[in-house]
Design a protein around this ligand. Structure first.
Ligand code: RB5
Length: 155
């Protein structure tokens, strides 16, 4: 993993995502990122929301710049992560999705499916995710509308 600004990353997975999570963590560390691994750490069956909530609390609380979550499909992790008001999580299958969700959605959590993407594709997407800035501009207005319906608009 090269050409990304070193950042602090919170990472987590369930049992289905363990092997890919460990591979992504190793690549992030080799690239100089500070990585906090929120587990899981073994093959026993666990519940993906527990790990999504731990990683998202770290990102929303400012203890990590970005989050990375891995489960079987990435979908359960993304559903869990997007329950957090300050989290914008996207399931990534390639570098194009990673670039666009950073540029347009200012996504701060990347989710991967260990049963749906290979490690090289995930690494390529993760590099793009960490290396692409948010474009702002017209997208600010749209992000402001992501607040739950009925919520008071930000001042
Ligand atoms: C676990 O079997 C699986 O359901 C989980 O990893 C994930 O894919 C859920 O979205």
């Amino acid at each position: 993993m090269t050409s990304t600004t070193p950042a602090s990353i919170a990472i987590g997975s369930d049992h289905a995502g363990l092997t890919l999570k460990d591979a992504l963590r190793a690549a992030l560390e080799a690239a100089g990122h500070a990585v906090t691994d929120h587990g899981t750490h073994g093959p026993d069956s666990v519940d993906y929301p527990d790990f999504a909530h731990a990683v998202c609390a770290a990102v929303a609380g400012g203890r990590a710049d970005r989050g990375v979550l891995v489960c079987g499909t990435g979908i359960g992790m993304a559903i869990s992560a997007n329950r957090h008001p300050d989290i914008r999580a996207a399931v990534l299958h390639d570098g194009t999705e990673a670039r666009l969700t950073r540029a347009h959605n200012d996504a701060n959590v990347a989710c991967f499916g260990a049963r749906t993407v290979g490690v090289e594709v995930a690494l390529d997407a993760l590099r793009a995710f960490l290396g692409t800035p948010y474009e702002g501009g017209r997208h600010d207005r749209r992000l402001a509308k992501l607040a739950p319906p009925g919520a008071k608009p930000a001042a």
